[in-house]
Design a protein around this ligand. Structure first.
Ligand code: OGA
Ligand code: NI
Length: 376
């Protein structure tokens, strides 16, 4: 019997096999089953970051400083209970201090989440040929890939992803989604609807926390045309995690991101001052972060925050980033209500379509992209 051969490097290497140094290939026989182990002990040079971009071990100090992103129970927002103010205050504080927080008691069913994880795990474990049929389309970014389309000289991140458009309906193209496993499309659609509902509730809370009408932000970002996209991330085991990153530092371009992190394996870090702080996901929680367009609309009262993902030698890791984005063709600038007479609008208005194109062409570059919108 032939057992699955799990290769431990991302898709880009598979598309360009000559860059892969296979240092050991062991074939052995045990209990009548032939196993083939392909072990790489050195990562290809395309993934090796310059020393300044490597995750040095002293760059984060959670154990010494006890810094963790806040965990917020949002059940009052869902049930409309009298603890709404408390949850709202916690969100406002988290947005100002961190731009990142975990939400628990969010109402998305654990069963749905487990099915989503299982379906996508199966897709990523399927043979490369099956996955390549969905190869990333450089124009829409949709599909399976690595950082195709990014500057040719760029150093790659140690991760594969699948990117797809979920909402509004008009942007969804099921033919571009994996056909197998059979329940993947249905589960992913259902997950998208539930997480969009949650995202809108959070955006209302964020709006209220700034003294704005609860629907102000939803309106300003396109109402029913607010979009939802999903990036499923698969970070295979990496033999030299100290030389590379699973995902380079970046801020997310849209409104907010609702991340379903791996249940067992941590890896996402948030920049807090000069420190990279580990996120330790609570069981069943989502990790929410403020993205660039909220920074623009709030004139930087709430800021998007740089984050990155470490590579890991011991364990592979999966995550699901749901990006809630503005309608693409509206110019977004600072809300007049949030610009005081003494301050001035910090950002030049630009549409999200234009901004996203710019971000994709450059690849992850910390917070330089939203900074580049600064008015002269
Ligand atoms: C992203 C992202 C974090 C993670 O996909 O934009 O930041 O933990 N992912 O995978
Ligand atoms: Ni991100």
């Amino acid at each position: 019997m032939f057992r699955r051969v799990r290769l431990v490097f991302p898709v880009f290497a598979l598309l360009f096999p000559w860059i892969v140094k296979l240092s050991t290939a062991i074939k052995f026989r045990s209990t009548g089953i032939i196993n083939i182990l392909v072990v790489i002990t050195e990562i290809p040079s395309k993934y090796i970051k310059p020393p300044i971009d490597r995750p040095s071990l002293d760059s984060f100090h959670n154990s010494e400083t006890d810094l963790y992103i806040p965990v917020i129970d949002i059940s009052p927002l869902i049930n409309g209970s009298d603890r709404t103010d408390e949850a709202m205050h916690a969100i406002s504080h988290a947005c100002k201090e961190w731009g990142f927080f975990q939400v628990v008691n969010h109402g998305v069913a654990p069963d749905l989440v487990q099915k989503l994880r299982a379906a996508w795990r199966e897709f990523f474990y399927s043979p490369m040929e099956a996955k390549k049929a969905y190869a990333n389309d450089p124009k829409t970014y949709e599909g399976y890939g690595s950082r195709v389309g990014v500057d040719k000289e760029a150093i790659l991140d140690w991760g594969d992803y699948f990117f797809l458009y979920l909402l509004p309906e008009s942007t969804k193209n099921l033919n571009k989604w994996p056909e197998l496993p059979p329940n993947l499309r249905e589960i992913t659609e259902e997950y998208g609807e539930k997480v969009m509902k949650l995202s809108k509730m959070l955006i209302k809370a964020i709006s209220t926390s700034l003294g704005l009408d609860e629907n102000y932000m939803l309106r300003a970002f396109g109402g029913d045309n607010i979009a939802g996209t999903l990036r499923v991330n698969y970070y295979p085991k990496c033999p030299q995690p100290e030389l590379t990153l699973g995902l380079s530092p970046h801020s997310d371009p849209g409104l907010i991101t609702v991340l379903l992190a791996d249940e067992h394996v941590k890896g996402c870090q948030v920049k807090k001052g000069d420190l990279w702080v580990d996120i330790k996901p609570k069981t069943g929680a989502f990790i929410v972060n403020i993205a660039d367009q909220i920074q623009v609309l709030t004139n930087a009262i709430y800021k998007s925050v740089e984050h990155r993902v470490l590579a890991n030698a011991e364990s592979e890791r999966f995550s699901f980033a749901f990006f809630c984005n503005p309608k693409g063709d509206m110019a977004i600038g600072s809300a007049p209500e949030l610009v005081s007479p003494l301050s001035k609008p910090l950002y030049e208005p630009i549409t999200f379509n234009e901004y996203r194109l710019y971000v994709r062409n450059k690849g992850p570059l910390g917070k330089s992209q939203v900074e580049s919108l600064k008015a002269a």
